[in-house]
Design a binder for this molecule. Sequence first.
Ligand SMILES: NC(=O)c1ccc[n+]([C@@H]2O[C@H](COP(=O)([O-])OP(=O)(O)OC[C@H]3O[C@@H](n4cnc5c(N)ncnc54)[C@H](OP(=O)(O)O)[C@@H]3O)[C@@H](O)[C@H]2O)c1
Length: 298
Amino acid sequence: MNAPRPGPDAPVLVLGATGLLGTRLVPAMAARWDTVTHARSGGALRTADLADPAATARMLDEVRPSLVVNLAALTSVDLCEYEPQKAYLANVKAVENVAAWMGSRDTGCHLIHISTDQVYDGPGPHAEDGVTLVNIYGFSKYAGELAALRAGATVLRTNFFGRSARPGRESFSDWLARSLRAGTPIQVFDDVLFSPLGLETLVSVILRVAAARPPGVFNLGTADGLSKADFAFAFAAALGIARPAMARAASAGSSLLRAKRPSDMRMDSRRIERVLGIRLPGLREEIESTAKEYRDVP
Ligand SMILES: NC(=O)c1ccc[n+]([C@@H]2O[C@H](COP(=O)([O-])OP(=O)(O)OC[C@H]3O[C@@H](n4cnc5c(N)ncnc54)[C@H](OP(=O)(O)O)[C@@H]3O)[C@@H](O)[C@H]2O)c1
């Protein structure tokens, strides 16, 4: 069957639409296509526990989407570590259920599945085949990718920062901005490297992916990366905070983190650049543009 394009008869379904990424992505999706939102516990047009195969299939049969964007996940790294069954249900079983629906119906529906840079460790930047798993979250997200790929999905491994539009759900940069403005002393890690995109850029690339639908796994981060400490100091400078109450530290010294964290999650995102014909920005550029989201808001 030819894949239907999103429209009034074949909407886009955003799974996990009420989360950090979903609340930023949905307005941009809805401005272009008929968009149906989903969450587990409310605040969306549809509710279903995706770990339940019957509830998942029922919802998908009713919506009959042309495109599913799966953002639903258990995203707490520490909770995944101590509740691996919960990690399995949200990050693996849920994707298997969505993929099973696609395989059992001749819908032409495409799946965009969002994954994470936590599937990498060791010296980066990492290409897509350089997976190293250090915690249950990464393991469960990787297993979810495999389920998505069986349905011909586009899997986007990413990380992001920017203003949360969901009350009570803070992003890394929300936490940083709040701590910096309050003068709360914080530790920032010199030995953890990453390459997150600002949410605005991430949303714009997902829109391109929704149109192009390339199958396979793609890293989606900035063209370069920074340590979390350098990120935090650059972000403080972009917010105009001259003397931030921050101390550089090594992550091994922190007892706050319960699950093991990767030390270098920087991604080599040239594959998606090639496939979409785009150039991804550098991280300092993203910090400058994303800091604007915080400047006029307390
Ligand atoms: N946050 C980050 O910094 C980050 C970084 C890299 C990658 N990612 C990936 O990006 C994606 C989006 O993350 P996010 O931070 O936006 O997530 P989030 O804020 O934690 O929101 C998760 C969403 O998934 C839904 N959900 C969770 N379990 C579900 C289940 N069993 N059935 C149905 N819905 C369920 C939640 O609904 P309820 O609230 O109703 O339960 C919520 O809408 C995830 O795939 C995540 O792994 C996130």
